[in-house]
Design a protein around this ligand. Structure first.
Ligand code: NAP
Length: 279
């Protein structure tokens, strides 16, 4: 990548783990670190970002924020409105990119007074370059802006565009919260292995390699997951006994209910922290 393909300045508001992952991916892809400013109140986090990535940091926003061509809002949803309001005097006319879960693009448009708004829902896979993000653009976003957002997300894994906040809530429920579902499964699988005589380390390795192998196999073709499962489930065999137990315990239905609960919660968050929140 050449410097000329980059905007002059990219600013993050909030320098937590997701901002670090995004900025780290950009620096690794060749984005000039000195063209990235991260506004982050915690001194320890600022020095970590400076030493690890070589980016510029600031305790609070000031006039220099006006130079930002893109502002990435990377604070918790609970504090996003307050962050926008406190920084408003220093905002020029940037592209706004929010990664805050559950805050609608229309709320961010109202708070910033701009319709050049993109909402991104990443997941923790982004921390290791293996994430998946849903992206939503409001009507003020140009084709160049879209290209820029794709570049910003390049180092974090896959991404795809959706057409509404509701679709982004669904992305939140599936892939945003999804890593926790997988970790929950891994925890139970490891406990089950330990219950059968493996020590913690052996159980962890067995479970991780089994999961990684199954995912690699699923990725190697378009075969439906159900067919892959049936292919390893012999009549009256061990796997059949295990799957019958999972079905009897309703694990598939429980996961469907869990994803739906996350979807409902994403909508509630928008109400709690969005426009409906009393000023
Ligand atoms: N992590 C994920 O997997 C994930 C996935 C999808 C979406 N997201 C979204 O990404 C956003 C950031 O998540 P995260 O996990 O990176 O959170 P985080 O680690 O808590 O980072 C947020 C950072 O912003 C700082 N901050 C708070 N108020 C600020 C302000 N007014 N101005 C500037 N910085 C401020 C916080 O500092 P203090 O700690 O000192 O308050 C903290 O360092 C959230 O909205 C979350 O919904 C995260």
């Amino acid at each position: 990548m050449t410097d000329s393909s980059f905007p002059r300045q990219l600013a993050f508001v909030g320098g937590g783990q997701m901002a670090s992952a995004l900025a780290g991916g950009l620096v690794q892809a060749g984005w000039p670190a000195q063209a990235i400013l991260i506004v982050e109140p915690a001194a320890s986090q600022r020095s970590k970002l400076e030493s690890l990535l070589g980016v510029l940091t600031a305790e609070r926003a000031d006039e220099s924020l006006r130079r930002a061509d893109v502002i990435v809002w990377a604070v918790k949803p609970q504090v996003l409105r307050e962050a926008v309001e406190s920084i408003q005097p220093f905002i020029g006319t940037p592209l706004h990119v929010s990664i805050a879960a559950g805050i609608s693009s229309e709320d961010l448009a109202a708070w910033t007074g701009s319709r050049r708004i993109v909402r991104v829902m990443p997941n923790t896979g982004a921390l290791v370059g293996a994430g998946v993000s849903g992206i939503l653009a409001l009507d003020g976003v140009t084709p160049d802006d879209r290209e820029l957002v794709a570049q910003i997300l390049l180092g974090t894994g896959d991404s795809f565009w959706v057409g509404s906040d509701e679709r982004l809530d669904a992305v939140t429920a599936v892939s945003g919260s999804g890593p926790a579902y997988v970790f929950h499964f891994l925890e139970a699988f490891q406990r089950a292995a330990q219950a059968h005589g493996f020590d913690e380390k052996q159980a962890r390795e067995l479970v991780l390699q089994t999961t990684a192998g199954a995912i690699a196999q699923a990725r190697s073709s378009d075969t439906p997951f159900g067919t892959l499962r049936l292919n390893v489930t012999s009549k009256r065999g061990t796997t059949e006994a295990a799957i019958a137990t999972l079905d009897a315990q309703g694990t598939g239905k429980a996961l469907e209910a869990a994803v739906h609960a996350a979807y409902v919660r994403a909508g509630q968050l928008a109400k709690e922290f969005g426009a409906a929140r009393p000023c």
